[in-house]
Write a protein of this length. Structure first.
Ligand code: NAD
Ligand code: DAU
Length: 347
């Protein structure tokens, strides 16, 4: 089985590869990644020498590069993570989001259509987000039937890619599966996202910027639980169907920031107030969705997936990881990683 993983040098893709490359030595994993600012090949240092793993640098928005990978490696399965993923960046500059998330997905679908034809045993697994559903009010959950209502250029571009994937199934019979997941956290997350940003800013004594009043709610899932859910859907899910993935773990942003401060206080034997006094309420994100919450009944009841980590265990693991992986943190902060990239890849 040959598995093409797009965006495998990013946060979730690298966790996916770190879990499954060693677990499935009979599968060959091809990691196709452009290496944007969010990628880091250091994430993959434990698997880079494995016989069943290969890295190819390339852009999914470049059809010729995508076609070349299909010709050379003849993948049976595509697990499509590659995306521009940060909402705030999409507000500042949407163009890359349209290019990668929409055009890039279209190119992959076209390559599947061309190189797979009607052959059996193929699968396009599309990794998507709960943000396509827009915002919930104080109550309720997103189900697989919830109407799409994206708020940001990021979520609109992901919604568009979801529609393309389903259209390729209905129109051309392409074997696809779609998963829509809630907020992930864990090792290797780029520190522009809430949890790693707060951990690292607190450690450096920098302000902890909470958007608006901090009342917005997200449903947090440990990244390895997301990866296991994707594998479960690949193995057991029905072709043409969508599965929502979530941790049933809703938190207000301000409560998470307090929790991180408390845990850092415990771990470093400091007064948590030292960290909490850094909290600063800043201008709200435009179009900021109030609340996300996933109803994961379908994947739980039909496929038997459940998260293994609680927020307590997952957040402890995550904070410990950021405390103990100073080289990774430094490489992201100082631009050493960028220099290394330039040396090895010329850009
Ligand atoms: P990330 O930003 O950490 O990583 C994205 C990866 O894609 C990077 O390695 C980057 O280099 C690569 N990439 C970007 N543009 C590319 C292009 N044009 N060609 C090839 N590679 C390219 O993102 P993430 O948080 O790991 O998210 C992965 C996927 O999961 C995304 O599709 C995202 O929408 C989805 N998702 C993320 C979350 C979350 O909480 N992070 C939740 C649900 C779904
Ligand atoms: O729900 C899934 C989505 O979760 C994924 O599709 C996205 O790729 C991923 O980035 C994430 O989107 P969010 O916008 O929810 O994540 P972020 O970490 O950027 O923000 C989480 C919440 O915290 C959100 O309500 C905004 C708030 N926030 C964020 C940052 C970075 C702050 O209050 N301060 C901050 O500095």
């Amino acid at each position: 089985m040959k598995i093409l993983v797009t965006g495998g040098a990013g946060f979730i893709g690298s966790n996916f590869l770190n879990l499954f490359v060693p677990r499935y030595p009979d599968c060959r994993f091809i990691n196709f990644d452009k290496l944007t600012y969010a990628a880091n090949l250091l994430n993959l240092k434990n698997i880079q020498v494995k016989q069943n793993y290969v890295f190819v640098r390339g852009d999914i928005a470049d059809y010729a590069a995508v076609a070349a990978v299909f010709e050379k490696y003849e993948p049976d399965i595509v697990v499509h993570f590659a995306a521009e993923s940060h909402v705030d960046r999409s507000i500042l500059g949407p163009a890359d989001f349209i290019n990668t998330n929409i055009l890039g997905t279209f190119n992959l679908l076209e390559a599947c259509r061309k190189y797979w034809g009607d052959r059996p045993g193929k699968l396009f697994h599309h990794v998507s987000t709960d943000e396509v559903y827009g915002s919930l009010g104080e109550t309720g959950y997103f189900t697989e039937e919830t109407r799409y209502d994206p708020s940001s250029p990021y979520s609109a571009s992901k919604a568009s890619s979801d529609h393309l994937v389903r259209a390729y199934h209905r129109t051309y019979g392409l074997p696809v599966k779609v998963t829509n997941c809630s907020n992930n956290y864990g090792p290797y997350q780029f520190p522009e996202k809430l949890i790693p940003l707060m951990i690292l800013h607190a450690l450096e004594g920098k302000s902890l910027p909470v958007y608006g009043t901090g009342e917005n709610v997200r449903d947090w899932l440990f990244v390895e639980d997301h990866c296991e859910a994707i594998w479960t859907v690949i193995e057991k899910g029905n072709v043409g169907e969508t599965y929502n993935i979530g941790g049933n773990n809703q938190w207000k942003n301000i409560d998470i920031v307090h929790k991180i401060c408390d845990l850092l206080g415990e771990k470093l034997d400091k007064d948590p107030q030292e960290f909490k006094k850094l909290i600063t309420f800043v201008k709200d994100r435009p179009g900021h969705d109030l609340r996300y919450a996933i109803d994961a009944t379908k994947i739980r009841d039909q496929l038997g997936w459940e998260p293994r980590e609680t927020f307590e265990t997952g957040l402890n693991k995550t904070i410990d990881w950021y405390l103990h992986n100073k080289d990774w943190v430094e490489s992201v902060k100082t631009g050493d990683y960028k220099k290394w990239l330039e040396m090895n890849y010329g850009t």
